[in-house]
Ligand binder design. Structure first.
Ligand code: FUC
Length: 457
């Protein structure tokens, strides 16, 4: 680690840290246990930083980013069990605090499942999307595992509660006829209003609308797959169609964090909430080059102003870089992560020790090698030039597909795919693209660097 800090890249250590993230999840999140908290389970204090609790505005979710893609799907279960409890309590808060149906969770909770606002200040306390963001994990677990029983008994009921809350929560903008989330905040960030004051509440926020859109979409998709006809679905569809877009570009080409291009007092803020749609969401892809470029500009701006100061924020950056296919920036942020954000035992540092960055890092490495959020598989989307050769076995792609990748001289050498579910998949590697049929029973299909099938058993 010391050599790394002096600028010497140690690729074995990069690999070890990837596996370490998996090891930490294996050790802190087994079916039947509590989910991994801010310190995993390695808190050593009576009064722990942030009470060793669960922060729902990125930190708890980040702990579970590596779960599916690195083939530890069952370790996701504690998060689902915990969230189901939160939903029950979140229904009371929706009713008592807002007079609404459905469930709501705010920015943080704990072992006792507090769903209510826990702050005197709006800028971090009144954010209402802890539940909406957690709902993403249920949907993603379904996408990765294709477990319809889970979708029916666990994911859909949770999605529906949060979607129901949002349907009641949105207000109609009489001028435009569109639905706006109001009052909104953007996690722990603030802006300068027309009167020159530093404020946090706004008439809509990028992240708010992105999360609501995603929850609505996933609820509707789940209902369709399950052939469910709930009374609330019509309202959800109508409000989704007229929802204020969560992705707009400002005059300088960056993604707007609020509905207006307000001045930001903290230009390098650690939360990158307005880029939720880039990662862990999937609303920003190369299919829309304006948004793709806008996301890049937003990242450059944050970094120019000292962003990614905390370990978890740096780890999120690696995931963003991977999604933007920016392999060299990903490598740079990996180096910074090693230089600034690791303790001697390789625990992530906020500082102090906070485990989310370890998990975010592991997810980021996986994201550099394999992506599947666009409806197809992308192989080695952000492989740094210096990582000339290597291999990874047993990653998972959405569709319940196992993936092994070998690369040499910086290029794909061999790709192996296997699944239990007979299906057709599209695979992309650089400019190469192929549609192939995968047989069931985990029979391996092996492709070469041109994506030609070399062995199909
Ligand atoms: C969020 C972050 C802080 C810290 C805390 C546990 O509130 O903004 O940086 O990570 O969670």
């Amino acid at each position: 680690l010391e050599a790394f800090k002096k600028g010497k890249e140690d690729r074995a250590l990069i690999t070890d840290l990837f596996q370490y993230g998996r090891y930490l999840l294996i050790s802190s999140s087994r079916p039947g246990t509590n989910p991994a908290n801010l310190q995993g389970l390695w808190n050593q204090n009576i009064a722990a930083p942030w009470n060793a609790d669960y922060h729902l505005n990125v930190n708890l979710q980040m702990n579970y980013w590596p779960a599916e893609v690195t083939n530890l799907s069952e370790l996701h279960e504690p998060l689902f069990d915990y969230t189901k409890g939160l939903v029950e309590r979140g229904k009371n808060t929706a009713r008592e605090q807002y007079g609404l149906e459905g469930a709501v969770l705010h920015n943080a909770s704990d072992l006792w499942g507090a769903p209510y606002m826990q702050a005197r200040e709006a800028y971090w306390g009144s954010w209402i999307h802890g539940g909406g963001w957690l709902a993403q994990h249920f949907w993603q677990h379904y996408l990765f595992t294709q477990d319809k029983e889970f979708l029916k008994t666990t994911a859909y009921p949770v999605l529906k509660e949060f979607a129901t809350f949002y349907a009641g929560w949105l207000v109609k903008d009489e001028k435009t006829g569109s639905f706006v989330s109001f009052p909104e905040t953007s996690p722990e960030n603030s802006y300068i209003n027309e009167q020159g004051e530093r404020v946090a509440l706004s008439y809509g926020s990028a992240m708010g609308h992105q999360i609501i859109a995603e929850v609505f979409d996933n609820t509707l998709k789940a209902a369709e797959i399950l052939d469910i006809e709930d009374a609330i679905l019509g309202e959800i569809e109508e409000k989704r169609n007229k929802l204020t877009p969560g992705l707009k570009l400002g005059p300088d080409g960056r993604i707007l964090e609020w509905t207006e291009p307000y001045e930001e007092p903290e230009k390098g803020h650690r939360h990158l909430s307005h880029l939720y749609a880039l990662h862990p969401g999937s609303g920003i892809t190369e299919a829309d080059s304006n948004l793709f470029v806008g996301a890049q500009k937003s990242i450059d701006y944050r970094l120019k102003h000292g962003g990614a100061g905390t370990g978890w924020s740096r780890a999120w950056m690696i995931n963003f870089n991977a999604r933007l296919f920016d392999s060299e920036a990903a490598r740079e942020n990996i180096h910074k992560f090693f230089e600034i954000s690791l303790a001697d035992n390789l625990f992530d540092l906020h500082p102090p020790f906070q485990i989310d960055g370890n998990f975010g890092y592991t997810a980021g490495i996986a994201e550099m090698l394999l992506q599947s959020h666009e409806g197809f598989l992308r192989i080695l989307p952000a492989l740094p030039e210096a990582w000339e050769q290597g291999h990874i076995k047993g990653l998972k792609a959405r569709g319940d597909i196992g993936v092994d990748i070998h690369w040499e001289l910086g290029r794909l050498k061999q790709l192996t795919l296997r699944t239990n579910k007979k299906q057709q998949v599209k695979v992309k590697y650089g400019q190469e693209e192929i549609k192939i049929k995968l047989p069931s029973n985990n029979q391996e299909v092996i492709l070469n660097s041109e994506l030609k099938i070399i062995r199909d058993l």
